[in-house]
Design a protein around this ligand. Sequence first.
Ligand SMILES: [Fe+2]
Length: 189
Amino acid sequence: MKTKTVKTRRLSPQRKEVIKSSKDSLEETFEDLLKDIYWAEKHLTKALPRMSKASFNEDLKAAFDSHLEVTEHQVKRLEQCFQLLDKKAVGKKCMGMEGLVKEGEEVISDLNEGHARDAGLIAAAQKIEHYEISAYGTLRTMAKVLGKAQCAQLLEETKDEEAEADQLLNDLSERINKMASEMQEEEVE
Ligand SMILES: [Fe+2]
């Protein structure tokens, strides 16, 4: 088997100069992404009550309600992060979360209340959780590299909570998808 040798590219002195003179830094990228997820979480606190209200299954409704409480706490954790950075907590519109929340709203408006709509709500919520797991993973790694250990710890805690929420949705989807398919079979019979 051929092994590929990876060549490390040396930067030309001119290119090094460009990078040095650039105002952009990892710290700025980190802060920008922090603003993005701050906006995203706050946006989600407005969407979760609508998703709960639209849930037919009581356990799903309870999952959305408890995730609202968790999300409110996550917003506080992000504010702690901004404080640790000595920055004002401000949000920056997150296109990703805006789109994912819209997908959830489409499920609510396109389908009638029932198990099948619940399955669609879970699908939308899991996309949101995966988006957040990815965002917090990236932020945690950046915080570590930047030597902001306390921030990294806070971001890791939230990432773990999002993973727990995703797992709960997985469990619920197994039951709810089954009920939705059984209902369909009854209708066909
Ligand atoms: Fe969250």
